[in-house]
Write a protein that binds this ligand. Structure first.
Ligand SMILES: Nc1ncnc2c1ncn2[C@@H]1O[C@H](COP(=O)(O)OP(=O)(O)OP(=O)(O)O)[C@@H](O)[C@H]1O
Ligand SMILES: [Mg+2]
Length: 491
């Protein structure tokens, strides 16, 4: 039987980058087909062709055994193909129901917006998947990221999609939220919908997918039945060689001086937090989404108000209500868990690296050449790929954007790096490179605080692990003989 959808010998070029090189891909009715590969392998590009976003490419696109030429995402949707993007595209200030019908509101026979029917349908869709507790009239922003993600999936479904493309839907979700999304995918599959699922979490892929296609450097490596492969086998195919990037075991608590000292810090979402980071130490601050660990990090950086307690850096007490500028001057570097908030996506790489430091360069607008010269070594150290400093950051793959987020602190090295979700959305190779960069800082005597809800990241990089749950520190451990199960149980 011919597949539902088939791509034959698809090639796509962006200026000097061959993003896809003669890739074949097919999707069967009712299957979940995973797409995996390193950052920049071409996964999102291939899916954007499938979803009608890119219309210029070489090769053949076949749907129900007919050659088609999609003209737009709307055209794709009218043929039953919908895409859920890597970055959530919901409107938090609109209601749950409004989000579900975004762009295609129902109207009454008089042409007025039919709120009653939309609210009712939204409630029904949610009830079908066990989300009846959601108030469809409440702003979507009141709900967790996981719920927002589910609403985005439902939006594509109520628009009539039979084929769903999900680009890294779980990278920002908590473990419980991931479970719910996986259940939703299961329900969809039982309803004979076909799903293409992009993820860097290979264990998840093994659980949810029927088949998996591996891309590397824009080429298809293989398509396999999930039953006939393993996580290790997939890693080998993704990297093109056996894994030799195993991370060295972290060492215990160093005798270095205390750099960052947080004492009884209290705000609305965290209470009496005590935490220290020493010279030459990576501390992992671990918690589920909503544990308060990201807000604590923001408080240290001066972006979140706290009510009582002290923050000291190298012995120096921070004044109450300090600004981010003050924190930077004292030697705090900070990267938020959302790269969109840390980086200027439309600006060139070198501008992203230099912008925070322009005041220190002593002039308001140095020439582009001065900036470029100052930025280049830092771009090189972090291994941003492609290494062209003029590329806008928004065109880089997720992993390379994160390298820029690190590079931008290097021109004036801080004392303590606070990095939130440093490896979110990254493949195995990029993950070990970024964590390697953080460990180098530690070896050079900086303090590093990694704030994350991903147990793998915390375990791979930390010397010491501090666990937060519901706004409080619940335990502190040396990172020895720990594993993911232990961490998850501590939450
Ligand atoms: N709009 C664009 N303009 C120029 N180059 C692009 C554009 N989009 C993607 N690229 C390049 O094409 C290649 C493939 O990118 P793509 O986004 O498809 O990778 P990916 O596999 O989805 O990676 P990730 O896992 O990081 O999301 C990369 O080298 C990327 O830098
Ligand atoms: Mg992508």
């Amino acid at each position: 039987m011919a597949p539902l959808l088939e791509l034959r010998a698809i090639s796509k070029r962006f200026a000097n980058i061959q993003a896809l090189d003669s890739v074949n891909f097919d999707l069967r009715e009712g299957e979940t087909h995973a797409l995996v590969g390193e950052n920049g392998a071409g996964k999102s590009t291939l899916m954007k062709i499938l979803a009608g976003i890119y219309n210029e490419y070489e090769g053949e696109y076949r749907l129900n055994d007919q050659r088609v030429q999609l003209t737009s995402p709307r055209d794709a949707l009218s043929r039953g193909i919908g895409m859920i993007h890597q970055e959530l595209s919901v409107m938090p200030e609109l209601s749950v129901a409004e989000n579900m019908f975004l762009g295609r509101q129902l109207t009454t026979s008089f042409g007025a917006v039919d709120w009653r029917r939309m609210n009712q349908m939204a409630q029904e869709e949610l009830a079908k998947i066990g989300f009846e507790h959601i108030d469809v009239r409440a702003p979507l922003g009141n709900y967790s990221l996981g719920t927002q993600q589910v609403v985005e999936v439902l939006r594509v479904i109520v628009s009539g999609a039979r084929i769903l493309i999900m680009d890294e839907p779980t990278s920002a979700l908590s473990p419980a939220e991931i479970e719910r999304l996986i259940q939703l995918m299961d329900t969809l599959r039982k309803g004979n919908r076909s799903i293409i699922y992009i993820s860097h979490f290979l264990e998840e892929v093994m659980r949810v997918a029927d088949r998996v296609t591996v891309l590397r450097d824009g080429r298809k490596v293989d398509t396999l039945d999930v039953k006939q492969t393993s996580v290790n086998n997939l890693i080998g195919l993704i990297l093109g060689h056996e894994i030799n990037a195993t991370l060295p075991a972290p060492t215990g608590r160093p005798d270095g001086d205390t750099l960052l000292d947080i004492h009884n810090l209290t705000a609305d979402v965290f209470r009496e937090v005590n935490l220290s980071v020493h010279k030459g130490e990576v501390v992992g601050l671990y918690g589920a989404i909503g544990a308060g660990h990201f807000d604590l990090a923001r408080a240290v950086y001066g972006l979140y108000r706290f009510d009582s307690g002290d923050i000291r850096l190298d012995g120096q007490l921070f004044p109450r209500g300090h600004s981010a500028r003050y924190a930077i001057e004292q030697g705090i570097a900070y990267a938020s868990e959302s790269r969109r908030m840390s980086l200027f996506m439309d600006e060139a790489i070198y501008r992203n690296v230099m912008t925070p430091h322009l005041p220190r360069l002593g002039f308001l607008s140095p020439s582009a050449a001065t900036e470029l010269r100052a930025a280049q070594p830092h771009i090189a150290i972090t291994g941003v790929h492609p290494p062209d400093p003029y590329n806008p950051v928004g065109q880089l793959s997720g992993g390379n954007q994160q390298k820029v987020a690190i590079a931008r602190w290097l021109p004036y090295p801080p004392k303590v790096f606070i990095m939130c979700e440093p490896t979110r959305g990254m493949d195995v190779g990029a993950k070990s490179e970024v964590l390697g960069l953080l460990r180098n800082f530690r070896n050079e005597g900086y303090g590093v605080l990694v704030v994350s809800s991903e147990p793998e990241t915390i375990l791979a990089v930390s010397d010491r692990i501090v666990v937060m749950s519901r706004g409080r520190v619940v335990t502190e451990l040396a990172n020895q003989n720990l594993n993911k199960d232990v961490l998850l149980r501590l939450l």
